[in-house]
Design a binder for this molecule. Sequence first.
Ligand code: COA
Length: 260
Amino acid sequence: MDYENIYIEEEGSIATITIDRPKKLNALNKQTIHELHVAFKELEEDKTVKVILITGSGEKAFVAGADISEFSDFGIAKGGELAAKGQEILFDFVENLSKPVIAAVNGFALGGGLELAMACHFRVASYNAKMGLPEVTLGLIPGYGGTQRLPQLVGKGRAFEMITTAAMISAEQALDYGLVNYVVEQEEILPLCKKLAGKISNNSSVAISQAIKAVNAGYKSELNGYAVEIDAFGKCFGTNDFKEGTTAFLEKRKADFPGS
Ligand code: COA
């Protein structure tokens, strides 16, 4: 697919998606959400890619939210559809991807931008990043999973404060809250994400995909996370990665995982 609003760069086993609407602070319009869906799907199917990074172009924003100009005339039904479709094709899709996705939060991550970062498996921020869920200032609530994932990450009280005040928090505060794992200078954000992605790439991608499934299961009320973990653990024993990992350990060498 020819992308208009994003671009993808691949370096070895690491793919970086950049959302590229800097004049609109990388706001997520319908086209961008569709392009991101296609990109994540393609990268998931691409066997050479083991880790995906996502960031925003320019130095000001990761993503300043859903594109407000696209839904200002919506009614109840279209509003509900907007949230349902977005959750299905992007936010839940990213969270449940079989490959780890790291958000490089390089500036404003507001509304849908913070929700996108929270759907990723973990987050790294730059010092200039500002994060918040300002939807109530628009007469809305977060609709791309923010009311669920923010309390999971920062606790209910902090989430209620952020959602009801609509205040932005600094990168340092986000670090203190556990919303991001690291805060670095802007020019360091992608190198750090790539370093972390490199470490991940050395490990068994099959085991990592099972770990993602098991961790996520704990946050789904219809599933028993412990039971999913038992099943996923058992499945690992049937993989070539398990044979290679244990053999390499016993032979005192570094594992070279086939990824199957
Ligand atoms: N949707 C649509 N357009 C957006 C946008 C969004 N979520 N966020 C920013 N933009 C656009 C602005 O309209 C402006 O476009 P213009 O130059 O054509 O007028 C451009 O991006 C630059 O934004 P601007 O507001 O001029 O930058 P700023 O530095 O003064 O303020 C923000 C930055 C992030 C504080 C401000 O843009 C903002 O509050 N954005 C909306 C955040 C939000 O409510 N997100 C949740 C949406 S559900």
